[in-house]
Write a protein that binds this ligand. Structure first.
Ligand SMILES: C[S@@+](CC[C@H](N)C(=O)[O-])C[C@H]1O[C@@H](n2cnc3c(N)ncnc32)[C@H](O)[C@@H]1O
Length: 236
């Protein structure tokens, strides 16, 4: 992923992530005045701006990327922003932990979820939203190597939560289709928001993939995004 390099483009271009953050925000409890809140991978603040309205006793938005933190701080200066690796959160504790459009990037989601569970104070909850299998499938169908992460389906995620000793209180999925003027425009958009993996295809392979997706295509090009939102707590 290249979020650090693309931080200044992210906010204006992350249209699907904005939709997903708005969707995730529907499950934020109305009155959070009794809670300490921690947001991981907060980026430029697409979910943070919702969290900021819920009156937390104490709240901190975090990200691993310095340039994302600067973008977030500039947009929401009254929020406390801190650098934090979401995969190694150490001894941090909170009543409520949030992460939107982040977890799909974890190489070992079991380990990450176990850490997040351990960071919850008594009666604590996690609200997490992430992309699942079905995302970018139009490109993946042509070449599986296109995918920056191994997409997992809903049932695989449910099993990962269970194995991490996390009880799901409620979960839901959604599907979105974004229309681009061409496959090339779609790919440019994904690159512009930094949502690309480390094991990228070689340029000539990407070119071939684009040629394949453009052949027979007339009019707009539709790209799928599939998301899951989960509210959960440590299981007994
Ligand atoms: C797709 S963006 C999502 C940002 C924001 N939550 C949103 O909904 O728009 C992913 C964010 O996670 C951050 N990130 C990636 N890996 C991280 C890690 N290990 N620890 C903390 N943040 C991370 C990136 O810097 C980026 O800001």
């Amino acid at each position: 992923m290249r979020f650090d390099q693309k931080a200044s483009f992210y906010h204006e271009n992350a249209s699907i992530q904005k939709k997903v953050a708005d969707w995730c925000s529907e499950w934020i409890e109305r009155d959070c005045s009794q809670f300490t809140g921690l947001e991981l991978g907060a980026g430029t603040g697409l979910l943070t701006k919702h969290l900021a309205l819920h009156g937390f006793r104490d709240f901190c938005a975090t990200d691993i990327s310095q340039s994302m933190l600067e973008e977030g701080r500039a947009r929401l200066p009254l929020i406390r922003w801190e650098k934090q690796n979401a995969w190694q959160i150490g001894s941090r504790k909170a009543d409520r932990i949030y992460a939107c459009s982040l977890l799909q990037w974890a190489k070992n989601p079991n380990e990450v979820l176990s850490q997040w569970r351990q960071a919850l104070l008594e009666d604590g909850r996690l609200l997490i939203c992430f992309f699942i299998e079905g995302t970018l499938e139009e490109f993946g169908r042509l070449d599986q190597r296109f995918h920056a992460v191994p997409w997992r389906c809903e049932s695989e995620w449910i099993e990962i939560f269970r194995a991490s000793k996390i009880e799901i209180l409620r979960s839901e999925t959604r599907s979105d289709v974004v229309s681009y003027e061409s496959p090339r425009a779609a790919l440019r958009h994904i690159h512009n928001i930094g949502a690309i993996g480390e094991n990228r295809m070689k340029p000539y392979e990407l070119r071939r993939l684009l040629e394949h997706s453009e052949s027979g295509q007339s009019g707009s090009f539709d790209l799928s995004w599939r998301t899951m939102r989960v509210e959960c707590r440590a299981s007994n």
